[in-house]
Ligand binder design. Structure first.
Ligand SMILES: C[S@@+](CC[C@H](N)C(=O)[O-])C[C@H]1O[C@@H](n2cnc3c(N)ncnc32)[C@H](O)[C@@H]1O
Length: 210
């Protein structure tokens, strides 16, 4: 089931052609070739807009794959900013390091191999943004850990909060159940004000207010 009418997605993507550059196109082609679930350009730009809107300089990604979403955060934080990438598969972080270095963004990005929530616990200090895109059954614990580490005024962002891989949050199964729990926990948390932007498969954005 398409969450957004494909014609709307295509219309939005057509507006983003000016971001075409060789490394980004190569990453998008790599995702298509491998069937790898990157966030895609509409969500990528959404992440950049949201991160820039709060002047984010320090971003933590839970589940970075080969660095596609990190590309957009690295643009947002600017020179001297920090994007921490995590992935359980070292081959992904190595590929990400190579892509982002070639895109001229390498100095802003650090890679951590291992369980994303555990890697978060090993890093000091608050973050301006924590972005979650790990296995869906891990979403509730990712939220519990991340929500403690975001500064007031900072953002928790999470992909696939309405569905993933063609399924939706209404389906049976551990993944949809975990997403529902995650979304419920956030909606009830008075430290944050949140919404789900229904782009692609749903980008949850929660701003910390207390
Ligand atoms: C959906 S992909 C991430 C895509 C990436 N955010 C992008 O848009 O380019 C999920 C990635 O998270 C990794 N992953 C899943 N669960 C994880 C976990 N608990 N800890 C670390 N990495 C995890 C997978 O290896 C995979 O590369």
């Amino acid at each position: 089931m398409d969450i957004v009418d494909p014609r709307i997605e295509a219309y939005m993507a057509e507006r983003l052609k000016r971001f075409d550059e060789p490394v980004l196109l190569e990453m998008e082609a790599e995702a298509t070739r491998r069937g790898f679930p990157i966030v895609g350009r509409n969500v990528g730009v959404t992440l950049e807009v949201l991160a820039r809107s709060i002047g984010a300089r320090r971003v933590m990604e839970l589940g970075s794959g080969f660095g596609y979403s990190a590309y957009w955060f690295a643009r947002a934080v600017g020179p001297g900013g920090e994007v921490h990438c995590t992935d359980g598969d070292a081959a992904n972080t190595e590929a990400g390091a190579s892509f982002l270095a070639r895109a001229g963004l390498g100095e802003r990005v650090t890679y951590h191999v291992g369980d994303a929530v555990e890697q978060l616990s090993l890093l000091d200090g608050p973050f301006d943004v924590v972005f979650c895109d790990i296995d869906k059954t891990g979403y509730p614990d990712a939220w519990r850990a991340a929500s403690e580490r975001i500064r007031v005024g900072g953002l928790y962002l999470c992909d696939n909060t309405l569905g993933y891989g063609g399924g939706t949050v209404f389906d049976d199964g551990d993944g949809p159940e975990a997403i529902r729990e995650h979304n419920h926990l956030i909606a009830q948390d008075e430290r944050f004000v949140s919404t789900i932007v229904p782009t692609r498969e749903g980008v949850l954005a929660a701003v910390r207010v207390a």
